[in-house]
Write a protein that binds this ligand. Structure first.
Ligand SMILES: [Ca+2]
Ligand SMILES: [Ca+2]
Length: 270
């Protein structure tokens, strides 16, 4: 992306000063840099320093805000809150990444950082790779879920090689992922090669340490691959019944990046 932007800038800058043949060569070089950037690419990057949610679509409450504290980098980060008593949707304040959606059979690098401010702010899903089921598929799970419990993070991997999924055909792996580090940002890097068969790969690093190294199925047998969501999702809060003032959650995000197979740990790491 930076190569494309600087190429376009140099062309407009030199017009009228440089001979036509040289301008053509610069245009050609610019076109070649466009072509090479298609091979190895960060597909998405948002450090929230543009103070915009333009690459995202709200899911549930449309209440995400840009804040200047706490931040992981730059000057701003994203704050998402859920209030079971007061919010329009008592169970979900999430942001869905609009592009890219993932393709099954392809490999991706995903990085982000999140912070859960206090010990009470637990018991929710903080990141999902959400399936796009075929017509007729049943079953309520998602290929990858990062769950924050009061005891720490868990990573759920759900999958099914059957084309028509039912609740009884799904498989599941759960990995412990350590402390919530309340009040501090936690950095995540996910390397995934999506497959619903034994050749799937999932590697996850937390604050630079590998915590998941799993080979096996990691998604569903669907025509379309998963997409990414971040935020607060608590299926058990679909009813407001029994809600108290303690039923509030807050989380912060910064440094979200998605790369393709040619990307790397270093390119997406927060
Ligand atoms: Ca930032
Ligand atoms: Ca299916």
């Amino acid at each position: 992306m930076p190569a494309t932007l600087s190429g376009a800038f140099s062309v407009s800058y030199i017009v009228g000063v440089i001979p036509i043949k040289t301008q053509f060569l610069i245009l050609l070089a610019s076109a070649l840099s466009l072509a090479s950037s298609a091979n190895a690419e960060i597909l998405f990057s948002d450090k929230f320093d543009e103070q915009s949610f333009s690459g995202w679509r709200p899911s549930g409450n449309n209440t995400a805000t840009i804040v200047n504290s706490p931040i992981r980098s730059g000057n701003y980060a994203a704050e998402l809150k859920l209030d079971r008593l007061m919010d329009r949707v008592p169970w979900r304040t999430e942001l869905r990444l609009q592009r890219p959606s993932f393709d099954i059979g392809k490999e991706y690098w995903i990085g982000f950082s999140n912070q859960i401010p206090s010990a009470g702010d637990a018991g929710f899903f903080t990141m999902q790779l959400h399936k796009r089921p075929d017509a007729g598929d049943q079953g309520g799970r998602q290929p990858l879920l990062l769950r924050a419990n009061s005891s720490g993070y868990n990573i759920h991997v759900n999958y099914d090689a059957n084309a028509m999924t039912t609740a009884s055909t799904e498989g599941r792996q759960i990995f412990s992922a350590g402390s919530l580090n309340n009040g501090q940002y936690t950095d995540w890097v996910i390397h995934v090669d999506f497959s619903f068969q034994s050749d799937g790969l999932l590697e996850i690093w937390k604050n630079g340490s590998m915590i998941v190294n799993y080979q096996g199925p990691n998604c569903y047998n669907d025509a379309l691959g998963p997409y990414m969501k971040v935020g607060i999702y608590i299926p058990g809060w679909k009813s407001r019944s029994g809600a108290t003032d303690a039923n509030k959650r807050t989380i912060y995000y910064d440094e979200v990046k998605v790369g393709d197979a040619a990307s790397s740990y270093n390119e997406v790491a927060p």
